[in-house]
Design a protein around this ligand. Structure first.
Ligand code: G6P
Ligand code: MG
Length: 222
């Protein structure tokens, strides 16, 4: 029986993913690396340092910089991102999300955030939806990033639920992989090709309908 929902943040509740990807793309260009659209997309859901390392790998520059230089690059990217976050308002909540959260609440579903972003509390505060959630996984406590299931397992634990009692929402390929590895029902938001592993896929958040998703979930859990 469905008892809880777990949400990724960037690209699911708000469109901050484009700020992350934009800032990474700028940094990559500065380093002389031209990322393909698929390479850029693969950064979704990946932690700050892992994203930087992946970009350097795409540019065949894995061993070019010291850890200190890499810290500087990551800090620069984060500065740019935080600047964008500072301008966010509740209007930046993606279409369909406010209704989804309200529907979940009226069904007494518990809700948690499973975002790799250290900026998640800041973003949720800007969006004025911090209080909607019963738990937020602290990414600093994680040993492994998505696609490892750890973050989704932790979110489920925070809610005190079993894997067959939750639905998890993701826009990232690595995130959908993490949800499936945690044994949970995955809703993918985005491309059918990239998110093929998801159990239910919508092209964008405006198509999210809790009743319909729950029907698919119930069939899956039968
Ligand atoms: C989320 C985003 C990623 C981002 C990661 C770390 O998972 O999807 O694009 O790299 O969080 O975010 P942070 O704000 O800690 O750099
Ligand atoms: Mg995301």
């Amino acid at each position: 029986m469905l008892k809880g929902l777990i949400f990724d943040l960037d690209g699911v509740l708000t469109n901050s993913a484009r700020f992350h990807l934009g800032a990474w793309n700028d940094l990559a260009k500065e380093l002389g690396i031209n990322l393909t659209p698929d390479q850029l997309d693969s950064l979704r859901g990946i932690s700050r340092m892992d994203s930087l390392n992946l970009i350097l790998k795409y540019g065949n520059q894995e061993d070019k910089y010291s850890e200190e230089q890499k810290e500087e690059f990551a800090a620069k990217k984060n500065e740019k991102f935080v600047e964008q976050v500072g301008k966010m308002t509740p209007d930046d909540i993606l279409p369909g999300i406010t209704k989804l959260l309200a529907d979940a609440k009226s069904q007494n579903l518990k809700m948690a955030i499973a975002s790799a972003s250290k900026n998640a509390p800041k973003i949720l505060t800007r969006l004025n939806i911090m209080d909607e959630f019963d738990g937020i996984v602290d990414p600093a406590t994680l040993h492994r990033g998505k696609p490892d299931p750890e973050i989704y397992e932790k979110a489920q634990e925070l809610l005190g639920l079993e894997s067959n009692e939750v639905i998890s929402f993701e826009d990232a390929q690595a995130g959908v992989e993490a949800i499936k590895a945690a044994g949970q029902f995955a809703v993918g938001i985005g491309s059918k090709q990239l998110l093929a592993q998801a159990d239910y896929i919508v092209p964008d958040t405006s198509k999210l309908n809790l009743k319909e998703i729950e029907t698919a979930f119930n069939k899956y859990e039968e």
